[in-house]
Design a protein around this ligand. Structure first.
Ligand code: APR
Length: 311
């Protein structure tokens, strides 16, 4: 069987880590694409990662490029192109500049990789994934935004630390927008099958949730000149792997809702089944009044940013 081809549009911090993780999981051959000014960096990263592969015997080819022709026939395209947040900036501040970038990217992905499953990571996520979908004309099952996978993994890591248990045994689903407007479904959170609400007081849980909401900002502040990249890369790789291996994992990601949860025409974080047909299904379930209200608040925020895209 021929190897799959994974293209990373944007070879910066997240892009570099995506390349490393894709190679270490042997998901397929990797192409790192960036603008001409950054072509040397993509080639350098490709070489550097290629040279670590013999240690554990990973067989994959990694190349760097600024020529869109090289992304031809990609099975998966992961987009991190754009500029990251600087201290004091919110995700919406990024909209104008990242919108221009995604328009260019979408036109080229449409031209050179029309069959790919596309995972958008660039912020503000909910609007950028919408813009990619509109400009590319891709079917809704082939476009997803990486959001909830990261928010839920952040929450799981905080809960595991709090209780001193394995991260593997903490489960939680986070819906809604990315970050500040996320809607954690706390009643779905379990530790080894036991509801987290039975293990942690409501006050403490609220503190942990708040930390999760602003976890991206916490890292932006600490870095001083960029935003998180290790966990975002791993979250996107989880989505790509589920697609390439037809795992049908249930991963919260920004999918186009057309009636699900009463949302119509917007990408919003919902539990989605990812298999070889892309977003195969959105898992709909009844929300409590509070969850519903919070989701509506997210929707208002998403609508506002999407309106600014004028698409
Ligand atoms: N085409 C392709 N790549 C581009 C383009 C473009 N038109 N414009 C910029 N890039 C590249 C930059 O050259 C840079 O290498 O995108 C890369 C972005 O990398 P970083 O600046 O290191 O940002 P990163 O931390 O990887 O985050 C990328 O993901 O989480 C979001 O908010 C974050 O929007 C940001 C994105």
């Amino acid at each position: 069987m021929a190897r799959s081809k994974i293209t990373l549009i944007g070879g910066g911090q997240i892009g570099g880590n995506l390349a490393l993780l894709a190679a270490q999981k042997e998901l397929g051959d990797v192409v790192i694409f960036d603008i001409p000014q950054a072509e040397g960096m993509t080639k350098g990263k490709a070489l550097d990662i290629s040279q670590l592969l013999p240690h554990d015997g990973y067989d994959t080819t990694i190349t760097g490029t600024s020529n869109y022709e090289d992304i031809k026939g990609s099975d998966v395209v992961i987009i991190t192109a754009g500029i990251p947040r600087k201290p004091g900036m919110n995700r919406e501040d990024l909209l104008d500049i990242n919108l221009k970038i995604i328009t260019d990217v979408a036109n080229n992905v449409k031209k050179y990789a029309p069959g790919a499953f596309v995972i958008v990571v660039s912020n503000p996520l909910d609007a950028i994934v919408y813009a990619f979908y509109k400009v590319s004309g891709f079917s809704k099952s082939k476009v997803a935004g990486m959001a909830g996978a990261l928010d839920s993994s952040r929450f799981r890591s905080f809960i595991a630390t709090e209780l001193n248990v394995s991260v593997q045994d903490v489960q939680c689903m986070v819906m809604g927008g990315h970050g500040d407007t996320m809607v954690p479904i706390i009643r779905s959170a379990t530790v080894g099958g036991v509801p987290v609400t039975d293990l942690i007081s409501a006050e403490r849980l609220e503190e942990i949730l708040n930390r999760t909401r602003f976890a991206g900002g916490e890292i932006v502040k600490l870095f001083g000149n960029g935003s998180a990249y290790y966990a975002p890369a791993q979250s996107a790789i989880e989505m790509a792997e589920s697609y390439l291996k037809d795992k049908k994992r249930v991963i919260p990601c920004a999918s186009l809702c057309e009636g699900e949860f009463g949302i119509d025409g917007f990408f919003i974080g919902v539990p989605s089944v990812i298999g070889s047909n892309g977003i195969e299904k959105i898992i709909e379930f009844p929300l409590t009044d509070e969850e519903n209200q919070n989701l509506l608040k997210t929707l208002e925020a998403v609508k506002k940013t999407v309106a600014e895209t004028k698409l």
